[in-house]
Write a protein that binds this ligand. Structure first.
Ligand code: NAD
Ligand code: GLY
Length: 295
């Protein structure tokens, strides 16, 4: 079961992912990025914090995250990777692990994944294998990562033979979503991310699908109110599915709608021609056609 409530004194919403001892909150609110330090202290962390990010995200947000961590008493270790899908390799995981070893990270240290799904998947995987698993938190900055990849604990990297072939389930300790970060997201990434949002309407919530149809112009323009609603409802649906089937033995497969064909298209384009959401959008249309022709 999951729950969502609006906190009264802030514009923050909280969605719970219920997984027994591995349960955690998804906090959604403008300005959360600048409060990462106090949020980590509130969760009981102290000491060292690695900030894994990519170059484009670092340019916009690394300074404010590192400043917040420093003010809260953390020794931070920024690890900046090249941007884009082609970074999602075991080699990048090696770079992160080398830095954690050199900085003597311990089991009580924490990894902050600051960026899109690429950063979140790599950083989460590095955290899952370092010292057989240390905690990490997700601070997603793309629409794809805010509505999908930061939630549910799937981490990993690509293999030359295929996407996401190497990985682990490793749940974050919290997901901190600051929708203001979406203002700097390039339009192509924004539109691609909407594919994952529409996916939730198709697989789980007809009313939400109708809302998306009605509000699409405002959503495309990144109007604050519908964007908050889109993120919160998507996270609720994802949290509900993950809470029922963490390891994808059944129900969770529904989240892969459009992905079988989508992943193949991404690989065929050598991760250069189509970005993830675009490939998923094409995949959803093709898989819907296939379903119809199969009756
Ligand atoms: P991404 O992480 O490559 O980010 C897209 C681009 O946007 C990058 O160039 C990045 O530098 C830039 N960027 C990120 N945030 C920005 C911001 N706020 N302002 C300006 N630029 C910004 O791509 P993505 O679409 O976020 O994620 C796709 C990846 O996520 C794929 O590898 C996919 O397999 C994975 N994924 C994983 C899951 C999961 O459950 N783990 C779910 C869905 C997708
Ligand atoms: N994005 C698919 C999943 O998390 O299962």
């Amino acid at each position: 079961m999951t729950s969502r409530h609006d906190t009264r004194d802030t514009r923050q919403e909280i969605v719970k992912v219920s997984l027994g001892a591995r349960s955690y909150e998804i906090r959604i609110g403008p300005g959360l990025l600048g409060d990462i330090g106090p949020a980590l202290v509130g969760l009981g962390f102290s000491g060292k914090a690695a900030v894994v990010t990519d170059r484009a995200v670092a340019r916009h947000y690394a300074t404010s995250v590192v400043r917040s961590l420093k003010r809260a008493g953390f020794k931070s270790e920024p690890i900046v990777l090249p941007s884009g899908e082609r970074t999602k390799t075991l080699r990048s995981v090696g770079v992160i692990l080398d830095r954690l070893v050199r900085a003597r990270f311990e089991r009580g240290s924490v990894v902050v994944a600051l960026g899109g799904g690429v950063v979140g998947d790599i950083a989460g995987f590095a955290a899952s294998v370092y010292l057989r698993g240390i905690p990490y938190i997700q601070v997603p900055t793309t629409l794809v990562s805010q509505v999908d990849s930061s939630v549910g604990g799937k981490t990993g990297v690509n293999h030359p033979s295929g996407k996401n072939l190497i990985g682990a389930f490793h749940q974050p300790h919290v997901v901190l979503i600051d929708p203001d970060t979406l203002q700097t997201l390039p339009r192509r990434e924004w539109l691609a991310g909407l594919a994952e949002v529409i996916k939730y309407g198709v697989i789980a919530d007809e009313r939400f699908f109708g809302y998306l149809e009605g509000q699409m112009d405002r959503i495309v323009d990144k109007a604050r109110e519908p964007v908050m609603r889109v993120i919160a409802r998507s996270c609720e649906i994802k949290a509900e599915v993950v809470s029922q089937d963490e390891r994808e033995t059944g129900l969770r497969r529904i989240l892969n709608y459009g992905h079988t064909i989508g992943h193949a298209l991404e690989a065929l384009g050598r991760y250069r021609s189509l970005i993830h959401g675009e490939a998923v959008a094409i995949g959803m249309v093709q898989e819907a056609d296939l379903a119809r022709s199969l009756g």
